[in-house]
Design a protein around this ligand. Structure first.
Ligand code: NAD
Ligand code: MG
Length: 384
């Protein structure tokens, strides 16, 4: 029997890995929606190859171009925020939430509200919406499956166990491209250096987040919502080889870990096939060849982002949305050559210092906080 799937953020790195797997067992899937921001050429190519019901661009300005590129094809074409939410709310068996940033929040919530299964890569959405998203999952009887490799690892290590028996959950971090760098060198780090991750091939934004370690900070908050243990039970350890994707330690002293190649198709496959398993073309893990797995402490002096994220998680409410919004703006400014690498975390800290915890009650509250924090962060980057 065919299963139906929508991919939000189909033209990105996670979108491409997902479609690579789908393409290998094409007859098992019916594709409902494929979405992108403004990459017309790639979205049109995917539409021809995968024959979805509908393709949507978030950016309306490119709609005429997409219509032209798909003239004569039997596929609906749409654009804009409402069209994106409408496409995301079409009932499917599985939605892959792989838009980058808080821009993915509204469509992801629209998918959750259908009560189906949502495989989440878009960590910024969960970081920003936190309790509101988790409450919506419960209210609509939806299932949230983590695709982020660490959270997928934890999800697998928790299977058949109870959260109440967990002592600690440890997220592993590669340490990114600047792991051994001095503060002076970090000051001068360029966007090209920041996006060159040693182990993973990812989109630009998450690559910069990995370089600042904000990725691990966002993942700490993500883990806190997905696996509700106390914050002091959540740990981070640097593991440069990215072979152990995370670990769960139980009260009896047993630690379960999930290992695998650093290829996103492994956690994506786990979500696509869940609760079964499927084949992937990924190179098997060769531990003898890798030889050594090493672990080291975080350095929050050179990489303050994880400290800021932990503080935001402790404050709760709207503060993680502020952290995320300020970070998105600062990362974009760094990629555009407007601010230095080390200013990313500094800007985030400055924006956070202007906020007192407040409890967002609904999606609109979060989007308002997100917008306001972005304005504040833009003010800082423009005056930098
Ligand atoms: P990417 O930049 O490669 O792709 C992002 C996708 O989102 C593209 O399809 C793009 O068109 C779409 N998009 C961008 N801005 C948009 C907007 N304003 N509105 C609507 N759509 C928009 O990013 P990625 O690396 O695939 O990451 C996607 C998400 O998955 C991020 O949240 C990231 O943190 C998470 N993630 C990625 C990886 C990875 O290996 N790439 C691993 C773990 C988690
Ligand atoms: Mg991750």
């Amino acid at each position: 029997m065919q299963r139906s799937i929508s991919i939000l953020g189909a033209t990105g790195s996670v979108g491409a890995s997902t479609l690579d797997l789908i393409g290998r067992e094409r007859d098992k899937w019916r594709i409902a929606a494929l979405t992108a921001n403004g990459n017309v050429t790639e979205l049109a190519r995917l539409a021809r190859e995968f024959q979805p019901e509908v393709v949507v661009l978030a950016n309306e300005a490119h709609l005429p171009e997409l219509r032209e590129a798909l003239a004569g094809c039997d596929v609906e074409v749409a654009a804009g925020a409402n069209a994106l939410a409408e496409a995301a709310s079409r009932p499917v068996d599985l939605t892959i939430a792989a838009i980058v940033g808080c821009a993915g929040l509204a469509p992801t919530m629209a998918a959750i509200e259908q009560g189906g299964t949502v495989a989440l890569a878009n960590k910024e959405a969960l970081v920003s919406a936190g309790d509101v998203m988790i409450a919506a999952v419960a209210r609509h009887g939806a299932t949230l499956l983590p695709i982020d490799s660490e959270h997928n690892a934890i999800f697998q290590c928790l299977a058949g166990n109870q959260l109440s028996q967990v002592r600690t959950i440890t997220l592993t971090a590669s340490g990114g491209p600047f792991r051994g760098w001095s503060l002076e060198r970090l000051e001068a780090a360029t966007p090209q250096q920041a996006v060159r991750h040693p182990n993973w091939d990812m989109g630009a934004k998450i690559s910069v987040d990995s370089a600042t370690m904000m990725n691990k900070g966002l993942e700490l908050i993500e883990a806190h919502h997905l696996f509700p243990v106390r914050l002091d039970q959540l740990d981070i350890i640097v593991h440069p080889q990215s072979v152990v994707h995370s670990m769960v330690e139980y009260r009896d002293g047993s630690t379960l870990a999930q290992l695998g190649p650093s290829d996103m198709r492994v956690p994506i496959a786990s979500a696509l096939a869940w609760p079964q398993r499927m084949d992937t073309p990924c190179k098997p893990l060769n531990l003898a060849q890798i030889g050594q797995l090493t672990f080291e402490e975080l350095d929050e002096v050179r990489f303050p982002a994880t400290r800021l994220a932990r503080q935001a998680a402790e404050a709760g409410g709207a503060i993680p949305a502020v952290l995320n919004a300020a970070n998105e703006v600062a990362v974009a400014a760094f990629l555009a050559g407007q601010i230095a690498f080390t200013r990313i975390a500094a800007h985030v800290e400055e924006v956070l210092s202007c906020y007192a915890p407040a409890n967002p009650l609904c999606l609109a509250d979060i989007l308002a906080v997100d917008e306001e924090a972005r304005k504040m962060a833009r003010g800082l980057t423009e005056s930098a």
